[in-house]
Design a protein around this ligand. Structure first.
Ligand code: IYR
Length: 224
């Protein structure tokens, strides 16, 4: 299989070697920028420019992926009718989750964040990005394998969240559970599995977020 696959042409890497002061400066600037990113659950209904979202998806599409298979689809939903359908289906699953499926430990862990099954932001946010993972692809009628799809799509999601934040937009990393309804509503092919649903927009006026802390470096990093 794949005996006729051509090797890539190799080209010089575009790479700028920075001096160490500049490296630290840029690392600090990036860290300060991502430090202001928060998961938002209260959105304004103000529309967001399509080209900004497209540009951020372009950035997400630059993420590394197993064998460069790029096993992802970013489905952007702005149609109010579709958003209402998504909300209805998500709330149905989430109600079931919160009322029956959730373990006591999980419920206790979510309690301080104050989340529940109500997901009004799925209609309020001007755009929802449903990210689909291609467990495989179909090429010329044949099933083509993808590799490390969870890792690849997870990295692309990270790029996307950071790109949207850099563009001045807020997101929520929402994982309705289970989320098979997204593929149904959006009519995605069978090889695509919903990975995450990302409401995107501006925070509502007076939006509040929990005053969480992040683990200090000493707790998350070991050198050897
Ligand atoms: N999917 C649910 C529950 C939930 C789970 C985790 I882990 C969170 O960090 C937040 C919520 C929901 O979206 O409410």
């Amino acid at each position: 299989m794949n005996q006729d696959a051509k090797k890539y042409r190799f080209v010089p890497l575009e790479f700028e070697r920075l001096d160490e002061d500049e490296m630290l400066h840029r690392a600090q600037a990036f860290r300060r920028s991502v430090a202001t990113r928060r998961s938002v659950r209260s959105f304004s209904d103000a529309p967001v420019p399509r080209e900004v979202i497209d540009e951020c998806i372009r950035a997400a599409g630059l993420a590394p992926s197993g064998a460069n298979r790029q096993p992802w689809t970013f489905a952007v939903i702005t149609d109010p009718v579709l958003k209402a359908k998504v909300r209805e289906a998500a709330e149905k699953e989430e109600r079931e989750l919160y009322e029956h499926r959730i373990s006591d430990e999980w419920r206790a862990d979510l309690e301080p964040l104050g989340t529940d099954w109500h997901k009004p932001y799925l209609e309020t946010a001007p755009a929802l990005i449903a990210l689909f993972r291609h467990s495989y692809d179909v090429e010329e009628g044949r099933r083509k394998r993808n590799y490390y799809t969870q890792e690849s799509v997870g990295i692309a999601l990270g790029f996307l969240i950071v790109a949207l934040h850099a563009a001045g937009l807020a997101t929520l990393t929402h994982t309705p559970s289970p989320m098979g309804f997204l593929a149904d509503i959006l009519d995605r092919p069978k090889n695509e599995k919903a990975f995450v649903l990302l409401p995107v927009g501006y925070p509502a006026d007076g939006c509040e977020v929990p005053d969480i802390t992040r683990k200090p470096l000493d707790e998350i990093r070991v050198w050897s």
